[in-house]
Design a protein around this ligand. Structure first.
Ligand SMILES: [Cu+2]
Length: 150
């Protein structure tokens, strides 16, 4: 009668293979776990849009100065229902009191300040971000940005 005899080397070989398989499975398991957590985070992540207050300025031949304040970028695109954090940094101009047409969102952007405006629109359309001090050409504007919700 023949016995199946494992040599010490054979045993060590199978042990090593076993450990490797366990390690590979564990690696895939943890990796898969990471991916799931990452996806969840990215779904919850609020998109950021950064905007500044800018100024155009020129001197005419007759010495007159012309200036216009602007939101930059002047147009932003937002998905319907999407959560966006709009950060506005005050660069040019002392104070820009603003509101967003068709909403109750309002605030003030001062020089050197950063203002966070959380946005979420449930209706498509074009919403104007209007600076109340510089709303038209007569008042060194128009300082109006367009929020396009699609
Ligand atoms: Cu302004």
């Amino acid at each position: 009668m023949k016995f199946l005899v494992f040599k010490k080397e054979t045993f060590i070989f199978f042990l090593a293979v076993g450990i490797m398989l366990t390690a590979i499975s564990a690696w895939f398991l943890f990796k898969a776990g990471d991916t799931a957590v990452f996806n969840q985070q990215s779904e919850d992540k609020v998109r950021e849009i950064h905007m500044v207050t800018g100024e155009f300025k020129t001197t005419m031949k007759n010495g007159n100065q012309l200036e216009a304040y602007r939101w930059d970028p002047g147009t932003i695109l937002v998905e319907k229902g999407e959560k966006v954090n709009l950060y506005i940094s005050g660069i040019n101009g002392e104070k820009h009191p603003f509101h967003i047409e068709g909403t109750n969102i309002k605030g003030v952007v001062g020089k050197g300040e950063e203002v966070l405006v959380p946005l979420q629109f449930n209706k498509e359309g074009t919403y104007r971000l209007i600076c109340e001090t510089h709303s038209n050409r007569k008042h060194n504007g128009p300082m109006i940005a367009y929020i396009i919700v699609d």
